[in-house]
Write a protein of this length. Sequence first.
Length: 239
Amino acid sequence: MPAPTTSPDGALVLFSGGQDSATCLAWALERFQRVETLGFDYGQRHRVELDCRAAVIDGMRALKPEWAARLDEDHMIDLAALGQISETSLTRDSEIAMQESGLPNTFVPGRNLIFLTFAGALAYRRGLRRIVTGVCETDYSGYPDCRDDTIKALQVALSLGMDRRVVLETPLMWIDKAATWKLTESIGGQPLVDLILEESHSCYLGDRSQRHTWGYGCGGCPACDLRANGYHTYRQALA
């Protein structure tokens, strides 16, 4: 797949260290001449994902010299207050389960709204008008703040509140995990697939003691299920 024409715009990528955000980072590096990254520490149970960020970024620098030239500053914001007010299985040592609302208790209310608002403030200061996030409405756990309508509404609010056009880019919004793996391959070939397999982390329990064909994780949480099923479907399509 030919690389898209590179935009002179810069972009801020919400980069957690997980599969989806790593794919979004590669996607942005193919499109924008300057790319900065942003992570959030909110006391998440799977905080090990933040420890994976540096290895993924370094790996992407090594994959393509043009990516190394485009990668700019990495930022980390402490949002401990979000974890303190969130009674969820991602911020407490509790069993993952469905709630009466129909949402899993891994849902952290307001998380993406807060993330993108802080990202908007940082992007404003850094002179960036494009913010890239890996939210998806196709193959996900039903989180309402991952929906396209939510993102479009927030884009309008941020643009009005900043008095400057803000563009929220969601390259994964309408594709499932198998297609996400395929997108990864189309951007960076097998080397990028291997990098994300080995260095990224998506397991809600933060388990990096078990290496599977699809990467590290407990193998039983919703995040592992999505990642594993998507990878197996992707590989079957290649056979």
